[in-house]
Each structure stands twice: as C-alpha cells, then as structure tokens.
Write a protein that binds this ligand. Sequence first.
Ligand code: SF4
Length: 366
Amino acid sequence: MSTGIYVHVPFCPTRCGYCDFNAYAGLDGLKPRYVTALLREVELAAPGWDDQDVVSVFLGGGTPTTLDAADLKALLAHLGDRFAVAPGAEVTVEANPDTVDEAKLAALRDAGYGRLSMGAQSFDRTVLSSLERIHDPDSVHRAFAAARAAGYENVNLDLIYGADGEGLDSWERTLLETVALQPEHVSAYALTIEPATPLGRKVASGAVPAPDPDLQADMFATACAVLCDAGYGHYEVSNWAKPGYECRHNLGYWERRPYLGLGAGAHSYRQDRRWWNVRPPEEYLRRVGSGELPVGGQERLEPADAYLEEVFLRLRILEGIPASWVEPGRAEPFLESGLLELDHDALVPTERGMLLLNELVLALAG
Ligand code: SF4
C-alpha cells in the first residue's frame, strides 16, 4: 500500500500572530534532544509499517530548516533505513525564506530533499507585517534564487490572502510576482482567524477587522484566473501546479491513503483509525525517551463519517463524486445555481462551489 510519512519540527524563530500550528519560538535549546527523539520514534514506529511502500516524506512545522542540514540528512537517512522508501519518492522540506541560503539548500538537496516548499505568504510588505512574518519580499526573491542555484527544480510557494490591509490590487500583484518566479507549485490559502491566537484576540477585541468573506471570495477568483492563465492546473481548492508537479504527499491525505506522523503533535491515519502524538515538545521528548510511542489520542471513523469525509475530499480535489451516489433531486438545485457541474458522470464543484464545500457535502450526502 502507498504510504506517506510526515515529520513535524515544531521550532520557529518567532511566532506569527495568526498561527495555530504546533509551533514554538524560544525552544531552540530542545533541538538536539528533539532530533534524537525523532530518530528513536522512527525505531519505535517502523515495525508496524513494514508492509507499506513509502511514496512520500514531508518535513513540516514549524520551520524544519531551523534544524542543521546535517541533522536533517541523518533523519532522512534513518527513515530510508527503517522504512521501504520507494526509489523516486517525493521528499519535501518546508522552509521559511530567512532560514535558508544556497549552501544549506544544496546540502538538503544532496541529502535527498528534492522538493522545497517555501512560506512566501505575500509580496506586499504591509501584508507581511500584518501577518507578523519576519521576512520581507526581498527575502523570498533571494531564497527562491538560492533554491534554483542549489538545483531545486520542484519548488512550492505558499501564499495567504485576506489579511488586514490587503486589497484586491495588492493580492493580484502578489500573484503576478509569484508567477513571474515560475515556481512549479503554488498554494494559496484564505486567512482564517483562530480564536486562541494573538490575531484571534485582536479580532475579538475589535483592534483588527476580521477578513471580509466577499473580498476573500474575489481574491480566490483572482487566484484562479491568474494562476490558470499562467499555466497552473487547479487540482485542489487551494493548490495549483504545473502539469506533473501536483504534491503527491498531500494528495495522499486527500485520497485517504495511509500516513504515519512522527514528531510532536503529528497525526497518523490507517484503515479508518486516526491517532495523534502528544503536542507539547517536552512531553513528546519524555514519552519517547522512556521508550514509548508518544500517542496522545485516537479515534475510529464510523462508516457514516468515513463516507462524509470521502465525499468532502473527492469534491476538494475536484475529482467529484459519481452522480449515482446522490439521492435523486439533491444535486439539481446546485447544478442549476452553478455551484456544481456534471463532468461525465461526476458531480464536480465549480469555482463558486469550492467556496461552499461544507454546505455542498451536507446537502449532497448529509
Ligand atoms: S513560521 Fe509558520 S509555523 Fe512558524 S509561527 Fe509562523 S505560521 Fe506558524
């Protein structure tokens, strides 16, 4: 069975105000023990996965490139020793622009990290500062050039739209600067406000306005137009790629293939069972240090939930669902209102429908 491995690195130079990932600034002192714990967790977890072909590895965070290239190399080598990592597997490392230079990127590429995913977010200084990112647009240009010079031929740029101070013009300029760089892959996410973040508290107190959903819908339409005009295929609601550069690892999540998560807070999935590691890095270190798998919780998907999830994911990757899955009469109002279209025998969301996926899933399959 094709499997993906996700490795979580929870360290960041600073914490961005909108972030609700399992990421921490100021824990750099834990890095050596964390790397040791990851190697140990690989040992603990591998025996249950020896019948799986690993077709993708993804180092995410946090900011994995805050670790030394030598540690990242050792980690990938250890994964290769303990798991059946397929020749030609897609191996991605996430990076923030200010944590990489050409020498580091060349070392990562030599170590086997063949795909680079960079958190660009915006090419507008005001927007980057509103997101409390520490880099500026020049850093993205510099890091992107360094990636090309280091030999990277498969680079993703992550973008976020809808932050305070961003208008449609600014977003369009960000998209145009992005396509001018010609990355192989672009992810563009609407900013969402998580209540337990500093930005969430500012929005709750009225200090910062919440993103305007109508403006974000227009921004999504602009992204679709600019990226499609530039030759990127839209293959998931928030993801576009040049032909053949779709992210295999993320497709594994959306196609409900098994994946193993390693590191603090990482999630795993296999045969309708989902489980996750403890989130706090110190607790993760303690659990792995005492020779246990650091599992913090688990759930089993009931068939009805698994079905809803399958419908949601098939709509999300624009594969759609067979019309025969839907009770007569349920899809017609959405076909008429232009939220769904019929592609051969599959019901597929239109651009407008992609913005209302939850509602579509409940209406079709709930
Ligand atoms: S760099 Fe990414 S993971 Fe780190 S704090 Fe910022 S948004 Fe969160």
